[in-house]
Design a protein around this ligand. Structure first.
Ligand code: SF4
Length: 340
């Protein structure tokens, strides 16, 4: 059997303990609550959702930067949750992460050279000369040069800082990189450059990405598959093409509805309005977690949690009413835009 899936996640949960006071009972913030999916080698999975959906916690848990509460994370055939220290070190070498805010993710007291040298010192036996060669080569790959070696992060622009963060994530030639909103804190003019850089690096080094974002259009630009999360759960998962051609979960459609479209003819386009803020993951609603905000909720939605079921080839949706709801009128309005 040829293994094409680099990462398989099964029923992953991450709960955080929470106590209001010393004597109150322990409650749990269910940040990630029974998430399952897989990522094929060399592809990008876009993880989309608003703040509090659990997407960042999911990324950190997959990399074991925080410990999972339960579930399996199979990476390249091994269960990451059961690795000993030596195996965990090897896993760290095979994975990387880029955070949203490049400045706070880089040590302000280290020069670029030291920042990039650190992973090489930990994970390779290279001598100083070989390390320097790798550092300069990686800097050039991310659009910087030897000229930036001795600079501190504060001496770089936001885009340059993020290029250093990307260089740090790929310098050990990892298999998987988690990109946590890597462009959302950058100027609009720089965002496209960074996205294109990430795509170039993926092609060059056959990288597999998990791309976390709140922005569906950014996810569309970079992702082969899209997974939509709401309050710690997956509500829709499919190929990017299918999610954009035929979104089936009311929450996914509401995310489309919130995309600003610069076309005056669509001023009066139909929208699906979402009511209120997402509930607290400390006390998620019974039944479908989306029901207090869903315009299509019925009694069953309040009582029973919908399962994530496969509607068609690789298109999964968690909604009791998925076969009744018809968004075609709404989607027709946006079809030319969404198919771009
Ligand atoms: Fe809305 Fe009910 Fe579907 Fe949940 S299960 S998304 S509340 S229609």
């Amino acid at each position: 059997m040829i293994l094409t899936e680099l990462l398989i996640v099964k029923d992953l949960k991450k709960y955080f303990e929470f106590k209001k006071s010393l004597f109150s009972r322990t409650q749990y913030v269910r940040a990630v609550d029974g998430v399952s999916f897989s990522v094929e080698k060399g592809t990008t999975l876009g993880v989309v959702g608003e703040s509090g959906s659990g997407k960042t916690t999911l990324g950190l848990t997959i990399l074991r930067l925080i410990e999972p509460t339960s579930g399996k994370i199979i990476f390249n055939g091994s269960d990451v949750t059961r690795l000993n220290n030596k195996e965990l070190k090897h896993f760290r070498k095979s994975t990387g992460i880029v955070f949203q805010d490049p400045y706070s993710s880089l040590n302000p007291r280290m020069r670029v050279k030291e920042i990039l040298e650190r992973p090489l010192k930990i994970h390779s036996n290279d001598d100083e000369e070989a390390r320097l060669e790798k550092i300069i080569k990686t800097l050039e790959e991310v659009g910087l040069s030897a000229e930036h070696l001795m600079r501190y992060p504060h001496e770089l622009s936001g885009g340059q800082q993020q290029r250093v963060a990307i260089a740090r994530a790929i310098i050990l030639r990892p298999l998987l990189v988690v990109l946590d909103e890597p462009t959302s804190s950058l100027d609009v003019s720089v965002q496209a450059q960074i996205l294109n850089l990430l795509l170039d690096l993926q092609n060059k080094h056959e990288l597999t990405y998990i791309f976390i974002t709140h922005d569906l259009l950014t996810a569309k630009h970079v992702s082969d598959f899209i997974m939509v999360m709401y309050l710690g759960k997956v509500v829709e998962y499919s190929t990017t093409h299918e999610v954009f051609r035929n979104p089936r979960h009311p929450y996914t459609v509401s995310l489309f509805s919130s995309i600003p479209i610069p076309d005056p003819k669509l001023k009066s386009r139909k929208r699906i309005e979402v009511v209120g803020e997402p509930p607290s993951p400390l006390n998620p609603p019974e039944g479908c977690r989306y029901h207090p905000r869903c315009p299509y909720a019925t009694e069953v939605c309040k009582l029973k949690e919908p399962e994530l079921l496969e509607l068609s080839d690789k298109h999964f949706v968690a909604c009791h009413r998925v076969n009744e709801l018809d968004f075609s009128e709404f989607l027709n309005d946006m079809s030319s835009f969404l198919s771009d």
